[in-house]
Design a protein around this ligand. Structure first.
Ligand code: C2E
Ligand code: MG
Ligand code: MG
Ligand code: MG
Length: 291
């Protein structure tokens, strides 16, 4: 942290901000303005049913369309949004958009019974009682059936303030939504929380999927996660599938769902609607164009 000539204003070097030097105060104000100006949008990365190859929904991912700098990825502003509390506002935007879009996908693809949308929740959101009302309101406003909404949290969230997190997750569960653990295997590897918290889905972290077929260690970990999930009756998602070799491995291991650049980059909601609404699907599927 370096000090600016002005005196009270600190210049902070944030990982992910690249080599630009930005004052935290300025950036927070800029992010608040961006929210007001509608610069935050949501993109969706398709989730593929591994055994059929069919896209059955998507993960909602926030983007900041900056008028000068262009697209800013979440790594550049989520941490700041957490610290400043703006994540509450951002989370609400993403939740409402995801529920509204998924309700449209359902109405146009009634044949896809297992259609779902996943939304990331950060630690601060789970620590905030307001999240339960936000989720309830997003479901009511959109008419989306609760089981189609999957809330993604990380292991860190569970270990942070366990009692508060447990209470919130059980309340969310009471609404009928499902809970996923994102980047599973990268956090504190205590398995006790899989019984203590109402978990429905494990997302195998990209770092393990990465080495499938090349790194015996990654094969063993991924296999163990999928077996654990299957024993506990949880769905599994393999994240970050980039090669057909990785796809074949997760398929052989019995992973339920997959996402990654091999299938599609994050795309806009309309493109997901077209994709899930397709009646027949060519096998293998062509990789989609990024937005
Ligand atoms: P995540 O939830 O684990 O999301 C997956 C990230 O991996 C996304 O990056 C996605 O674009 C990227 N990805 C997907 N497939 C591949 C692949 O095959 N190869 C590689 N290299 N990457 C792949 P993105 O969109 O930049 O998001 C980064 C992180 O920011 C997310 O990780 C999540 O933790 C956070 N985030 C994104 N949107 C939100 C949001 O609405 N709320 C909160 N609280 N966090 C969010
Ligand atoms: Mg996620
Ligand atoms: Mg993830
Ligand atoms: Mg993550």
């Amino acid at each position: 942290v370096a000090k600016r000539s002005a005196g009270t204003d600190f210049v902070v070097y944030e990982p992910g901000m690249g080599d630009t030097t930005v004052s935290r105060k300025d950036t927070t104000a800029e992010l608040a303005a961006a929210i007001r100006n509608g610069e935050l949008t949501t993109v969706y990365q398709p989730l593929i049913n591994v055994s059929t190859g069919r896209p059955i929904g998507a993960e909602a991912l926030v983007r900041w369309q900056h008028p000068v700098d262009g697209m800013r990825p979440p790594d550049q502003f989520i941490a700041l949004a957490e610290e400043s509390g703006l994540i509450t506002e951002i989370g609400k935007l993403v939740l409402n958009d995801a529920c509204r879009q998924a309700a449209r996908w359902v109405s146009e693809a009634p044949a896809v019974n297992d259609l779902l949308v996943t939304v990331n929740l950060s630690a601060r959101q789970v620590g905030d009682d307001e999240i339960v009302d936000q989720v309830r309101e997003a479901l009511e406003a959109s008419g989306l059936e609760p089981f189609r909404l999957v809330l993604e949290i990380t292991e860190t969230v569970l270990m942070h303030d366990r009692d508060a997190a447990a209470a919130t997750l059980w309340q969310l569960k009471g609404l009928g939504v499902r809970i996923a653990i994102d980047d599973f295997g990268t956090g504190y590897s205590s398995l006790a929380y899989l019984r203590r918290f109402p978990i429905d889905m494990l997302k195998v972290a990209r770092e393990f999927v990465d080495g499938l077929g090349r790194d015996a260690h990654d094969d063993v970990i991924t296999r163990a996660i999928v077996e654990l999930a299957s024993t506990l009756g949880l769905l599994t998602v393999a994240e970050g599938i980039e090669t057909t070799q990785q796809q074949e491995h997760v398929s052989a291991l019995g992973c339920d769902l997959a996402q990654g650049y091999l299938f599609s980059r994050p795309i806009d909601a309309e493109a997901v609607r077209a994709l899930v609404g397709e009646q027949d699907w060519p096998q293998p599927k062509p990789a989609l164009r990024a937005v």
